[in-house]
Design a protein around this ligand. Structure first.
Ligand code: FES
Length: 271
């Protein structure tokens, strides 16, 4: 019986993709520039951009690294929606022209590259994981069930880009944004962690600024339920500590006892 042969797809008569890239720098207005690139099966938007870079526009600026949706470098906006360039297939647009633009929330550097360094400054202000006991200690899968989802974050900052508190209202000094709510949640909900980040959440991190529209969850390429699993539980903890009279009284009593007997202070009782 003759064996079936599999032929590699070829592009003898290429189909062409029409798309636009917003080009320009911080000092001049961005303009949409149209390009046509040959289609290949499985092609993603980053492939199309790299083809343009290689064949037509060597100075086209785009940030990418892994081309595997792991590094988080290639966040941009496609038809106005924050997405990873390397995870968005061109055939999704069914032959219709589409537009690629830089993330709107952050200052533009050039073409598709924005300055996301504010996020790294925010990250430095968040107290790291502080275990109740020094290592080694035993952890079981069920202990980390609640926090493991947050560790899937690739820091693409698409959630920051879509967050209207940052994107539309530019409240960078008042709210850390969904990425950092997820990071704080990953520490706060860890059963071994004893650091108290509620004053930060109530203060500079500004968890109260979020009005839980869920837009961050919608754009997360890792499928992290940022609003439901991180932001809302953190809001509840802040409300318990600062606005529930009984819980506030219990917390103050616990603090006083801890000051009298430091050995009682292990854990904040809110894991
Ligand atoms: S290039 Fe790494 S996430 Fe897209």
């Amino acid at each position: 019986m003759a064996s079936a042969s599999r032929e590699a797809p070829t592009l003898t008569e290429p189909q062409w993709i029409d798309f636009r890239i917003m080009r320009g720098t911080a000092s001049n207005e961005q303009e949409p520039t149209s390009y046509q690139v040959p289609y290949a099966p499985g092609m993603v938007v980053l492939d199309a951009i790299r083809w343009v870079q290689e064949h037509q526009e060597p100075d086209l600026a785009v940030r990418w690294n892994c081309k595997a949706a792991h590094c988080g470098s290639c966040g941009a906006e496609i038809n106005g929606r924050p997405r990873l360039l390397c995870k968005t297939r061109v055939d999704e647009f069914a032959g219709k022209p589409f537009t690629v633009a830089p993330m709107k929330a952050f200052p533009l550097i050039k073409d598709l590259v924005t300055d996301v360094s504010w996020n790294y400054e925010v990250a430095k202000t968040i107290p790291p994981f502080k275990p109740a006991h020094s290592a080694p200690f035993t952890m079981y899968p069920e202990d980390i069930e609640r926090v493991k989802e947050f560790h899937k974050c690739i820091e693409c900052f698409l959630c920051q880009d879509t967050c209207h508190v940052l994107r539309e209202h530019q409240q960078f000094g008042k709210y850390y944004g969904p990425r950092f709510m997820a990071l704080i949640a990953s520490h706060e909900m860890h059963p071994m962690d004893v650091e108290d980040r509620l004053p930060l959440l109530q203060g500079d991190a500004g968890v109260g600024m979020c009005n839980v529209t869920g837009c961050c969850t919608e754009v997360c390429p890792q499928g992290i339920h940022i609003t439901a699993n991180a932001i809302i539980p953190l809001k509840e903890r802040v409300a318990d500590r600062y606005y529930d009279p009984l819980k506030k009284w219990l917390y103050n009593r616990k603090q006083k006892r801890a000051q009298r007997a430091p050995s009682e202070a292990s854990g904040n009782g809110e894991r």
